[in-house]
Design a protein around this ligand. Sequence first.
Ligand code: THU
Length: 125
Amino acid sequence: MPSKAIWKELEAAAVKASQRAYAPYSEFQVGAALLTDKGTIIRGCNVENASFGLCLCAERNALTTAIARGNHKFIALAVATPGQDPAPPCGLCLQMLAEFCTDLEILLVSSAGKKERTRLATLLP
Ligand code: THU
């Protein structure tokens, strides 16, 4: 289980990633940060497209970047979303995370400052 300091770092990384989001259609800028078993943090943001089906979520961006960098084991995920309440990853992202993790600790943070802790096994039983 990550320490308080690591959770803070992961949260800050997710917020920073959200600032790089390309979301001109939804204007919903999302950032994700994955903590690997090697202790590194890998970020991703959502990348939208005029063809809506091609929109890539922040979580899948972080995951595929992590895989491309040689990581297959993950300890925790932080997701930063705009608005009042934290938002969980979508079904596609949960399914892709489940390919690599039987369970994963997840921190959801909203730009209003609300936080929620959950797990992959809870969101995708
Ligand atoms: N989005 C994410 O990046 N992650 C989520 O967990 C939920 C949704 C993105 C997809 C799309 O670019 C925008 O947010 C609106 O749905």
